[in-house]
Design a protein around this ligand. Structure first.
Ligand code: GTP
Ligand code: MG
Length: 377
């Protein structure tokens, strides 16, 4: 039913076909109620099928009580009435078409890339999000040979999810093999995405290969969500079990401390769609543009709270200004009297506070130090 509802939302036109001999079934009635309640009544062309047979016998008058008026009588078997139906469809469609293609053009798309070792459940996660068995899932590692895209709309937002082939340790992969090629494709897919989802198996230890993949993601500058899949395999869960696992993940990926961790079960559809909501927020964070005046105010506050400490050398560091010069991911320039003397921990301090203050979730924040010259004013 959920899928049907989404389809109703996306459709330009709904053909509601009633069997005139049977009348409206309880399922039909339920569906019609839903359609009307959701305001889709005007999308409907109401069709009564088996008109010929129904004319001979008497058809069920209850169809008039459905709130949809008189149906268009057709007979799918003999073809009668289908010409009228086509006219009606064409009449309803042209204006709609325009608005749809217009929406598509300037519709922001969120591109998510699923990455992880073989067999961790990347394709299952995609299936769970879509709730359709579109992608082949199996127990044999390397089920997915090629990265492939699935485009869909969820809560008025267009998404593309790229499911990739599992990434195995380099030393185990034959050079020039098919596998090597699919690994290259997975990494190429990463370049196209906004948000990388690192899929891991919560019932297994994080190993060097998982870490290697996070390195690739970090180098790409993409946003990240860490997924701990197969949560259903953890038995005897207690209230703090998630917290314990989360601590383990945090310790294992200290350099990704800013990435959200979500515990899911692709198999049982647990929290899988939550990832879409999160990706939406993250995409916003990736595209954030903070004005100079907001950053001036921020810098003043922070310096007041905590003076920049000295690194190497004898000079005291002095920060003139912070500006954001790029977005996707956000990139800032800190203008200082001497870029070599500002202590690393102070840059961290500013970075963390930028993240907190402007809610930059799941996204790397890039910072560059530059020497202040008067012409920068
Ligand atoms: N118990 C459990 N099993 C899962 C879950 N998600 C996936 N699996 C199983 O894990 C196996 C691998 O799933 P896939 O989705 O094919 O994994 P993949 O990461 O796409 O694998 P490759 O395409 O080979 O890289 C299958 O047997 C799935 O049924 C889960 O949440 N819980
Ligand atoms: Mg797969």
């Amino acid at each position: 039913m959920k899928q049907a509802e989404q389809a109703m939302k996306d459709a330009d036109l709904l053909l509601l076909v009633i069997d005139l001999m049977e009348g409206a079934t309880p399922v039909d009635k339920e569906l019609i109620k839903k359609i009307i309640a959701q305001g889709f009544k005007e999308k409907i062309i109401f069709v009564g099928n088996k008109a010929e047979t129904a004319k001979l016998k008497k058809y069920d008058n209850s169809i008039y009580r459905l709130g949809l008026g008189e149906p268009l009588f057709v007979s799918a078997a003999s073809g009668s009435g289908t010409g009228d139906l086509l006219d009606k469809i064409l009449k309803k469609l042209p204006n709609k078409k325009l608005s749809v293609s217009k929406i598509k053009e300037d519709y922001p798309i969120i591109k998510i890339v699923l990455l992880g070792k073989p067999n961790v459940g990347k394709s299952s996660l995609l299936n769970s999000i879509l709730r359709e068995n579109q992608v082949i899932v199996s127990d044999i590692p390397h089920t997915t040979r090629e990265a492939h895209d699935t485009e869909f709309i969820y809560q008025d937002q267009k998404f593309i999810i790229i499911d990739t082939a599992g990434l195995r340790k380099k030393s185990k992969v034959q050079p020039n093999s098919l596998e090597k090629k699919s690994i290259n494709k997975s990494l190429a897919a990463l370049k196209q995405g906004d948000v990388a989802i690192l899929v891991t198996e919560v019932n297994k230890k994080i190993d060097a290969q998982d870490k290697k993949i996070t390195q690739e993601i970090l180098e790409s500058g993409k946003s990240v969500i860490i997924v701990a899949n197969k949560w259903d395999l953890i038995s005897d869960k207690e209230t703090n079990t998630i917290k314990e696992y989360e601590n383990y993940y945090r310790q294992t990926f200290p350099y990704l401390w800013w990435a959200p961790i979500i515990f899911i079960s692709a198999k049982y559809h647990l929290r899988t769609r939550k990832l879409l909501d999160l990706a939406k927020e993250i995409k916003k964070a990736r595209e954030i543009k903070i004005s100079d005046s907001q950053l001036d105010k921020f810098l003043k506050q922070k310096i007041k709270q905590h003076q920049p400490s000295r690194g190497k050398g004898l000079k005291n560091p002095y920060i003139y200004k912070i500006i954001q010069d790029k977005t996707n991911p956000p990139h800032f320039i800190i203008y200082v009297n001497d870029p070599t003397i500002l202590h690393f921990s102070y840059i961290r301090f500013l970075q963390n506070n930028l993240r907190k203050k402007f809610n930059i979730i799941g996204t790397p924040i890039q910072i560059e130090l530059k020497k202040w010259k008067n012409k920068n004013i």
